[in-house]
Every structure is written in C-alpha cells, then in structure tokens.
Design a protein. Structure first.
Length: 375
C-alpha cells in the first residue's frame, strides 16, 4: 500500500459557533482498512459524512486520487456508504435490494444481473437472493447492505458503526468476514467506530479523534505500544496511570516524583512532548502508566528491582483464558492486573482485608504527556 487514495487536507467543520472538526489532515492508502476511532462527539461521523459528500467542510479540501472532490455531491463521488441501520428496503427481496442503485443509474438489465450475482457471491448470499429482509438474520441484512454498496464498484466504501446492531458473538464473526471481504475485493474501507476492540481487530491503521482534534494515526500495534499521550493510552485498551508531580534531572536520566509510587528513576529520554519544569513549583502534565497484563500481584513484598504498590484485594473477574484482579489502593482508587486463572483460584477473593502488592518492571511502563499537541 503506497498509493494515497483519499487525502484530507486541513479540514475544519463548524456548525454555527461549534467547531466539530479542527484542521484535520489524513492520507488514506489504496486498499487499506482505515478506522476513525474516538468517543461519542469526537467528530468521527462528521468526518465520514464529509468524505461521503453529505456535509461540506468549512475549510480545507478533500482529494480522491489527487483530484479535488470537495464540491462534488455524493452521487458524483466514486464512494459508497453502509449506514449503521443498514437501510435495506423491507418490501424488496435481496436481489432487488442489491440491484436498486444500478437500476436508478439505468444500467442495462443484463449487466445488472451479472453484477448483482457477483456481489451476492462476494458476501455469500447467492442462495438468499429471493428472500425478504425479515427472513434474514442481522448479519445477513448487513451483508445485503454491503452487497448493495459493492455492486456499484466504489473506489472507497464508508462504514458507519457497521457492527453496532449485532450481538457480541455475531459481531466477532462479522469482523472476520468484513476483513476477508475487503481483502478479496480490494476496495478501501473507511470505518467509523467507538469500539476499540473492533478497530484494533479490523484496521490496518487507526485515527484517534478527541473533541474534533486528531490525536494520533498509527497501526493498532503502534497505538497500543506507543500511544502519543495519556488520552490515547487510556482509550486504546486498559491502563493504570499515575500522575507525575515533579520531574528532576539526574545523571542517568530523570527522577519522577509520584505520590503513589515514590521516586522512580527513568533511564530513557523523556518524550519531547514532556517538558522538565525549571522549578518544583511548576505543574507537570505527565503520567507514568502500565498495562494490566504487565502487572503481577503477590501476598509478599516483591523484589527491590520492581515498581510496587500496596493495597487490598478487590474483585476478581473471570474472563475465560485469564482473570482481572482489582487492587484497591489505600488512597481509595483501584488499579487492575491480568492474572492466570490458577492464581485467581488460590487468592481468597472473599477476604477484602488481605494485603497484597501489585508490582511490575519499570521497563514495561510508559511515560506520557497528559495531552500531546494535536496533529
């Protein structure tokens, strides 16, 4: 994937005095699954509507294959959209639903039949062509909507929360189906979702948005291992974060003064987005964080080479292959650890007064700014 198919350049969108998107620039590559991820109200659906042509930007431009499509109406763009509700016509059978767009474009009947057959085969619905939507499952109706979009042979397919209406088990199955479908047809997918697991499982790259700003664009693995700031780290998966109260320079790096953990020596260069205050009076906007899978728990004091914190055992939640243990700290907050089920069975979860230590290696921690400058 080396060719940019969609280029979003300096896009700003205002609704009255509200700035829904603020100077967003992203290049999306030919043939990739690209996810727009963020909490409700972050601007991801607005950006999708701008790409589709249902909204117009207040500033900036949108390019497709290097050609400006900012002023083009939706029906003139080689882009199709699958809505969250699927929007299949209840009075039409599957075949007619898929053929509808081609009939509106007055495509010859023979070509319509051929293209509909190919589209239904792509989504594994060839044997369901004469069924009505009320005779289909939720996953099958979603595939009808996909076939109706694919039959028009778009360069880009937009999917707005495509799996949100499905139950958990079907959602997992449809993730795999969508990835396989995209690989077989080679169309660029741009997906809007607020579900981190969905984006991480499907996308080649993810753009994380927050309050109309672009926080980070990276692969799922890069976002998880190297988040740009505390917001991205917290939004992508679970994380235990500790506020840094002071940073001071030492011979080997910096010393991080953290109320809950004491003084931690950081032997690497701090990120350039974290400034070292000239005075201890200055506020530090940074966190030191660790993912739950790197946290171990024990009922005895851990080795000196481990970062540790003492608390009491809280709830233990069985998750199938592992369990999540809650450690309640003396200041009232909790952190979590992912532990093996055999350890979960040994720990006396009913004894809420049991003193335990959560501990981990400093090498597994992330020093992050609370908020990096937007891209």
């Amino acid at each position: 994937m080396t060719d940019t198919i969609v280029s979003i350049r300096g896009i700003t969108k205002r609704f009255g005095s509200v700035e829904a998107l603020k100077n967003i620039s992203i290049d999306i590559q030919q043939g990739e699954i690209f996810a727009l991820l963020g909490p409700s109200g972050c601007g991801k659906s607005t950006l999708l509507r701008l790409i589709s042509g249902f909204e117009s930007p207040s500033e900036g431009e949108l390019l497709l294959d290097g050609n400006d499509m900012t002023a083009l109406p939706p029906n003139k763009r080689p882009i199709n959209m699958v809505f969250q509700s699927y929007a299949v016509f209840p009075h039409m059978n599957v075949e007619d639903n898929v053929a509808y767009g081609l009939k509106m474009e007055k495509v010859p009947a023979k070509e319509i039949k051929e293209r509909v057959a190919i589209a239904l085969e792509q989504v594994h619905l060839s044997n369901f062509s004469q069924r009505k939507p009320d005779q289909l499952s939720g996953g099958q109706r979603q595939r009808v909507a996909l076939a109706r979009a694919l039959v028009k042979r778009p360069r880009v397919l937009l999917l707005d929360e495509p799996l949100s209406a499905l139950d958990a088990k079907l959602r997992d199955a449809m993730r795999l189906e969508l990835v396989k479908l995209q690989e077989s047809v080679g169309v660029t997918f741009i997906i809007v979702t607020h579900d981190q697991a969905e984006a991480m499982a499907m996308a080649d790259r993810i753009a994380v948005l927050e309050s109309g700003t672009l926080r980070q664009v990276a692969s799922p693995a890069e976002l998880y291992a190297h988040p740009a700031d505390a917001f991205v780290a917290d939004f992508i998966g679970n994380i235990n974060a500790f506020d840094v109260q002071q940073i001071s320079t030492i011979d080997t790096g910096v010393a991080l003064h953290i109320d809950e953990l004491g003084v931690i020596e950081w032997f690497s260069e701090p990120p350039s987005t974290i400034s070292i205050p000239a005075s201890s009076e200055d506020k530090v906007e940074a966190t030191l964080s660790v993912r739950p899978e790197h946290v171990s728990i024990s009922t005895t004091i851990p080795a000196n080479d481990q970062v540790s914190i003492e608390g009491t055992l809280g709830d233990i939640a069985f998750q199938g292959q592992h369990s999540i243990a809650e450690i309640r700290l003396d200041n009232g907050r909790s952190i979590s650890a992912i532990i093996a089920n055999d350890q979960a069975l040994i720990l006396p979860g009913a004894n809420k007064q049991l003193r335990i230590w959560a501990h981990w290696s400093i090498n597994n921690m992330l020093l992050l700014p609370k908020k990096a400058p937007p891209l």
